[in-house]
Write a protein that binds this ligand. Structure first.
Ligand code: SAM
Length: 282
Protein backbone atom coordinates (compact mmCIF):
# COMPACT_ATOMS: atom_id res chain seq x y z
CA UNK A 1 0.00 0.00 0.00
CA UNK A 2 1.54 3.33 -1.03
CA UNK A 3 0.76 6.50 0.89
CA UNK A 4 -1.20 9.43 -0.53
CA UNK A 5 0.64 12.73 -1.18
CA UNK A 6 1.04 15.08 1.83
CA UNK A 7 -2.16 16.87 2.82
CA UNK A 8 -0.73 20.30 2.03
CA UNK A 9 -0.01 19.11 -1.51
CA UNK A 10 -3.58 17.86 -1.91
CA UNK A 11 -4.91 21.17 -0.59
CA UNK A 12 -2.75 23.14 -3.04
CA UNK A 13 -3.42 20.82 -5.99
CA UNK A 14 -7.20 20.95 -5.56
CA UNK A 15 -7.30 24.60 -4.43
CA UNK A 16 -9.04 23.76 -1.11
CA UNK A 17 -9.07 27.02 0.80
CA UNK A 18 -10.91 26.95 4.13
CA UNK A 19 -14.37 28.46 3.76
CA UNK A 20 -15.59 30.12 6.97
CA UNK A 21 -19.24 29.76 6.02
CA UNK A 22 -18.83 25.96 6.37
CA UNK A 23 -16.98 26.27 9.70
CA UNK A 24 -13.81 24.95 8.13
CA UNK A 25 -10.71 24.59 10.32
CA UNK A 26 -8.48 21.79 9.12
CA UNK A 27 -6.35 19.35 11.07
CA UNK A 28 -3.16 18.83 9.11
CA UNK A 29 -1.10 17.15 11.85
CA UNK A 30 -1.36 13.45 11.10
CA UNK A 31 0.01 12.58 14.56
CA UNK A 32 -3.01 14.24 16.11
CA UNK A 33 -5.54 12.84 13.65
CA UNK A 34 -3.95 9.39 14.11
CA UNK A 35 -4.57 9.68 17.87
CA UNK A 36 -8.18 10.72 17.28
CA UNK A 37 -8.75 7.82 14.88
CA UNK A 38 -7.32 5.33 17.38
CA UNK A 39 -10.08 6.36 19.83
CA UNK A 40 -12.55 4.53 17.58
CA UNK A 41 -11.36 1.27 19.19
CA UNK A 42 -11.71 -2.07 17.44
CA UNK A 43 -13.47 -1.36 14.15
CA UNK A 44 -13.25 -4.72 12.42
CA UNK A 45 -16.67 -5.33 10.86
CA UNK A 46 -17.72 -1.77 11.74
CA UNK A 47 -18.86 1.02 9.42
CA UNK A 48 -17.18 4.30 10.30
CA UNK A 49 -19.17 7.39 9.41
CA UNK A 50 -17.05 10.52 9.20
CA UNK A 51 -18.90 13.82 9.19
CA UNK A 52 -17.18 16.75 7.52
CA UNK A 53 -13.97 15.11 6.24
CA UNK A 54 -12.76 18.32 4.56
CA UNK A 55 -9.39 17.70 2.89
CA UNK A 56 -9.08 14.34 4.67
CA UNK A 57 -6.70 14.81 7.61
CA UNK A 58 -8.79 12.52 9.81
CA UNK A 59 -10.09 10.43 6.91
CA UNK A 60 -6.63 9.00 6.25
CA UNK A 61 -6.02 7.37 9.65
CA UNK A 62 -9.66 6.26 9.72
CA UNK A 63 -9.19 4.47 6.39
CA UNK A 64 -5.96 2.98 7.73
CA UNK A 65 -7.86 1.40 10.65
CA UNK A 66 -9.39 -0.89 8.01
CA UNK A 67 -13.01 -0.80 9.12
CA UNK A 68 -15.64 -2.68 7.14
CA UNK A 69 -16.16 0.57 5.20
CA UNK A 70 -15.96 4.31 5.63
CA UNK A 71 -18.83 6.60 4.73
CA UNK A 72 -17.93 10.28 4.56
CA UNK A 73 -20.63 12.95 4.69
CA UNK A 74 -19.48 16.33 3.43
CA UNK A 75 -21.52 19.39 2.58
CA UNK A 76 -18.83 21.17 0.58
CA UNK A 77 -18.56 19.44 -2.80
CA UNK A 78 -15.11 20.94 -3.48
CA UNK A 79 -13.49 18.25 -1.30
CA UNK A 80 -14.99 15.23 -3.00
CA UNK A 81 -12.48 14.65 -5.85
CA UNK A 82 -9.56 15.02 -3.41
CA UNK A 83 -11.15 12.62 -0.90
CA UNK A 84 -11.89 10.02 -3.55
CA UNK A 85 -8.34 10.22 -4.86
CA UNK A 86 -7.02 9.82 -1.29
CA UNK A 87 -9.26 6.84 -0.55
CA UNK A 88 -7.84 5.03 -3.60
CA UNK A 89 -4.61 4.54 -1.65
CA UNK A 90 -6.39 2.37 0.94
CA UNK A 91 -8.13 -0.99 0.60
CA UNK A 92 -11.04 0.12 2.86
CA UNK A 93 -14.28 0.52 0.84
CA UNK A 94 -15.09 4.24 0.71
CA UNK A 95 -18.42 5.93 0.09
CA UNK A 96 -18.91 9.65 -0.28
CA UNK A 97 -22.18 11.37 0.51
CA UNK A 98 -22.51 14.98 -0.49
CA UNK A 99 -24.97 16.71 1.81
CA UNK A 100 -25.93 18.06 5.21
CA UNK A 101 -25.18 15.57 8.00
CA UNK A 102 -28.20 16.88 9.90
CA UNK A 103 -30.43 15.41 7.20
CA UNK A 104 -28.68 12.08 6.73
CA UNK A 105 -30.30 8.88 8.03
CA UNK A 106 -27.20 7.10 9.30
CA UNK A 107 -29.05 4.04 10.56
CA UNK A 108 -30.38 3.45 7.04
CA UNK A 109 -26.87 3.86 5.62
CA UNK A 110 -25.41 1.23 7.88
CA UNK A 111 -28.35 -1.13 7.46
CA UNK A 112 -28.42 -1.98 11.17
CA UNK A 113 -24.76 -3.07 11.27
CA UNK A 114 -22.37 -1.73 13.92
CA UNK A 115 -21.30 1.88 13.38
CA UNK A 116 -18.85 4.37 14.83
CA UNK A 117 -19.13 8.07 14.08
CA UNK A 118 -15.94 10.09 14.03
CA UNK A 119 -15.79 13.79 13.32
CA UNK A 120 -13.95 17.03 13.72
CA UNK A 121 -17.31 18.75 13.87
CA UNK A 122 -18.19 22.06 12.31
CA UNK A 123 -18.86 24.28 15.36
CA UNK A 124 -22.26 25.51 14.32
CA UNK A 125 -23.75 22.03 13.90
CA UNK A 126 -21.89 20.11 16.61
CA UNK A 127 -24.60 20.29 19.26
CA UNK A 128 -27.61 19.57 16.98
CA UNK A 129 -25.76 16.61 15.46
CA UNK A 130 -24.96 15.16 18.87
CA UNK A 131 -28.58 15.57 19.97
CA UNK A 132 -29.75 13.86 16.78
CA UNK A 133 -27.47 10.86 17.47
CA UNK A 134 -28.47 10.70 21.14
CA UNK A 135 -32.12 10.62 20.12
CA UNK A 136 -31.67 7.94 17.47
CA UNK A 137 -33.94 5.02 18.17
CA UNK A 138 -32.66 2.32 18.16
CA UNK A 139 -29.17 3.54 19.06
CA UNK A 140 -27.33 2.58 15.87
CA UNK A 141 -23.81 3.60 16.96
CA UNK A 142 -21.42 1.78 19.23
CA UNK A 143 -19.20 4.82 19.77
CA UNK A 144 -19.00 8.52 18.92
CA UNK A 145 -15.57 10.15 18.68
CA UNK A 146 -16.25 13.86 18.34
CA UNK A 147 -14.15 16.99 18.35
CA UNK A 148 -16.06 19.92 19.84
CA UNK A 149 -15.07 23.38 20.86
CA UNK A 150 -13.87 22.93 24.42
CA UNK A 151 -16.73 24.75 26.03
CA UNK A 152 -19.25 22.45 24.31
CA UNK A 153 -17.19 19.35 25.21
CA UNK A 154 -17.39 20.44 28.85
CA UNK A 155 -21.16 20.82 28.58
CA UNK A 156 -21.43 17.24 27.28
CA UNK A 157 -19.49 15.62 30.13
CA UNK A 158 -20.30 17.93 33.08
CA UNK A 159 -21.46 16.31 36.35
CA UNK A 160 -24.15 17.91 38.56
CA UNK A 161 -22.80 20.94 40.36
CA UNK A 162 -20.31 21.86 37.63
CA UNK A 163 -20.64 25.23 35.90
CA UNK A 164 -21.16 23.58 32.51
CA UNK A 165 -23.85 21.19 33.81
CA UNK A 166 -27.19 21.47 32.06
CA UNK A 167 -29.47 20.06 29.39
CA UNK A 168 -26.75 18.65 27.14
CA UNK A 169 -25.03 16.70 29.96
CA UNK A 170 -28.37 15.29 31.14
CA UNK A 171 -29.52 14.27 27.66
CA UNK A 172 -26.15 12.61 27.10
CA UNK A 173 -26.24 10.83 30.48
CA UNK A 174 -29.67 9.40 29.65
CA UNK A 175 -28.28 7.16 26.92
CA UNK A 176 -24.51 7.18 27.14
CA UNK A 177 -21.35 7.73 29.11
CA UNK A 178 -19.07 10.48 27.86
CA UNK A 179 -15.54 11.58 28.64
CA UNK A 180 -13.08 14.14 27.34
CA UNK A 181 -10.06 12.26 26.09
CA UNK A 182 -7.92 14.77 24.25
CA UNK A 183 -7.45 18.53 24.20
CA UNK A 184 -6.56 20.31 20.98
CA UNK A 185 -5.39 23.92 21.22
CA UNK A 186 -6.67 26.38 18.61
CA UNK A 187 -3.22 26.42 17.00
CA UNK A 188 -3.60 22.74 16.02
CA UNK A 189 -6.04 23.86 13.29
CA UNK A 190 -5.48 25.63 9.98
CA UNK A 191 -6.69 28.34 10.07
CA UNK A 192 -6.84 28.49 13.89
CA UNK A 193 -10.32 29.12 15.29
CA UNK A 194 -10.85 31.56 18.18
CA UNK A 195 -11.26 28.84 20.82
CA UNK A 196 -9.63 25.58 21.91
CA UNK A 197 -11.20 22.19 21.19
CA UNK A 198 -11.47 18.79 22.83
CA UNK A 199 -12.30 15.27 21.71
CA UNK A 200 -15.14 13.53 23.51
CA UNK A 201 -15.66 9.76 23.40
CA UNK A 202 -19.28 8.73 23.92
CA UNK A 203 -20.37 5.12 24.45
CA UNK A 204 -23.99 3.99 24.72
CA UNK A 205 -25.14 2.58 28.06
CA UNK A 206 -26.43 -0.99 28.09
CA UNK A 207 -30.05 -0.84 26.82
CA UNK A 208 -31.55 -1.65 30.26
CA UNK A 209 -29.78 1.34 31.85
CA UNK A 210 -30.93 3.96 29.35
CA UNK A 211 -33.62 6.52 30.05
CA UNK A 212 -35.49 6.61 26.78
CA UNK A 213 -38.24 9.25 27.14
CA UNK A 214 -35.99 12.00 25.84
CA UNK A 215 -38.95 14.14 24.74
CA UNK A 216 -40.16 14.42 28.35
CA UNK A 217 -36.59 14.89 29.55
CA UNK A 218 -36.18 17.82 27.17
CA UNK A 219 -39.36 19.48 28.45
CA UNK A 220 -38.33 19.31 32.11
CA UNK A 221 -34.68 20.24 31.57
CA UNK A 222 -35.62 23.13 29.30
CA UNK A 223 -37.94 24.45 31.97
CA UNK A 224 -35.55 23.83 34.88
CA UNK A 225 -32.43 25.27 33.24
CA UNK A 226 -34.30 28.06 31.43
CA UNK A 227 -34.24 29.85 34.78
CA UNK A 228 -31.34 28.09 36.42
CA UNK A 229 -30.95 30.58 39.28
CA UNK A 230 -34.50 30.01 40.50
CA UNK A 231 -35.58 27.15 42.72
CA UNK A 232 -37.20 24.19 40.97
CA UNK A 233 -40.51 25.08 42.60
CA UNK A 234 -40.47 28.19 40.37
CA UNK A 235 -38.47 27.12 37.32
CA UNK A 236 -40.43 23.91 36.71
CA UNK A 237 -43.69 25.84 36.43
CA UNK A 238 -43.61 25.96 32.63
CA UNK A 239 -43.10 22.19 32.26
CA UNK A 240 -45.73 21.47 34.91
CA UNK A 241 -48.22 23.74 33.14
CA UNK A 242 -47.76 21.74 29.92
CA UNK A 243 -48.81 18.59 31.78
CA UNK A 244 -51.67 20.29 33.61
CA UNK A 245 -50.06 19.88 37.01
CA UNK A 246 -47.94 21.84 39.48
CA UNK A 247 -44.19 21.93 39.95
CA UNK A 248 -44.67 20.78 43.56
CA UNK A 249 -46.57 17.67 42.47
CA UNK A 250 -43.86 16.72 39.97
CA UNK A 251 -41.09 17.32 42.50
CA UNK A 252 -42.83 15.32 45.17
CA UNK A 253 -43.37 12.40 42.79
CA UNK A 254 -39.68 12.52 41.89
CA UNK A 255 -38.58 12.84 45.53
CA UNK A 256 -36.80 16.16 44.93
CA UNK A 257 -36.64 19.13 47.30
CA UNK A 258 -38.69 21.98 45.73
CA UNK A 259 -36.21 24.49 47.18
CA UNK A 260 -33.28 22.97 45.24
CA UNK A 261 -31.83 24.50 42.07
CA UNK A 262 -31.55 22.60 38.78
CA UNK A 263 -27.75 22.58 38.71
CA UNK A 264 -27.53 20.52 41.94
CA UNK A 265 -29.80 17.70 40.76
CA UNK A 266 -28.00 14.72 39.15
CA UNK A 267 -29.29 13.30 35.85
CA UNK A 268 -31.22 10.53 37.67
CA UNK A 269 -33.29 13.22 39.39
CA UNK A 270 -34.27 14.63 36.03
CA UNK A 271 -35.13 11.16 34.73
CA UNK A 272 -37.51 10.81 37.71
CA UNK A 273 -38.97 14.25 36.97
CA UNK A 274 -39.44 13.37 33.30
CA UNK A 275 -41.22 10.18 34.36
CA UNK A 276 -43.49 12.12 36.70
CA UNK A 277 -44.15 14.69 33.94
CA UNK A 278 -45.09 11.91 31.48
CA UNK A 279 -47.39 10.28 34.05
CA UNK A 280 -49.13 13.62 34.70
CA UNK A 281 -49.43 14.40 31.01
CA UNK A 282 -50.89 10.98 30.29
N1 SAM B 1 -12.37 16.89 9.22
C1 SAM B 1 -11.61 17.96 8.58
C2 SAM B 1 -10.34 18.20 9.34
O1 SAM B 1 -10.28 17.77 10.51
O2 SAM B 1 -9.40 18.81 8.80
C3 SAM B 1 -12.43 19.24 8.44
C4 SAM B 1 -13.02 19.78 9.72
S1 SAM B 1 -13.89 21.32 9.56
C5 SAM B 1 -13.91 21.86 11.27
C6 SAM B 1 -15.62 20.84 9.38
C7 SAM B 1 -15.98 20.17 8.05
O3 SAM B 1 -17.39 19.87 8.09
C8 SAM B 1 -15.77 21.01 6.82
O4 SAM B 1 -15.18 20.22 5.83
C9 SAM B 1 -17.18 21.45 6.40
O5 SAM B 1 -17.32 21.65 5.01
C10 SAM B 1 -18.02 20.27 6.87
N2 SAM B 1 -19.43 20.59 7.19
C11 SAM B 1 -19.91 21.74 7.71
N3 SAM B 1 -21.24 21.63 7.96
C12 SAM B 1 -21.60 20.37 7.58
C13 SAM B 1 -22.82 19.66 7.59
N4 SAM B 1 -23.94 20.21 8.06
N5 SAM B 1 -22.83 18.39 7.10
C14 SAM B 1 -21.69 17.82 6.64
N6 SAM B 1 -20.50 18.45 6.62
C15 SAM B 1 -20.44 19.71 7.09
Amino acid sequence: MSTPPPLREIIAEYGLRADKSFGQHFLLDLNLTGKIASLCGDVSGVTIIEVGPGPGGLTRPLLALAPERLIAVEMDARFIPALEATADYYPTPFEMIEGDALKVDEAALTGGGPAVIASNLPYNVGTPLLIKWLKAEPVFWQRLVLMFQKEVAERVVAPAGAKAYGRLAILTAAVASARIVLNAPARAFTPPPKVDSAVVVIDPLPAAQRFTDLAALEVVTESAFGQRRKTLRKSLGIAAGKAGTSAETLLEAAGIDPGARAETIPPEGFFALAKAWRAARG
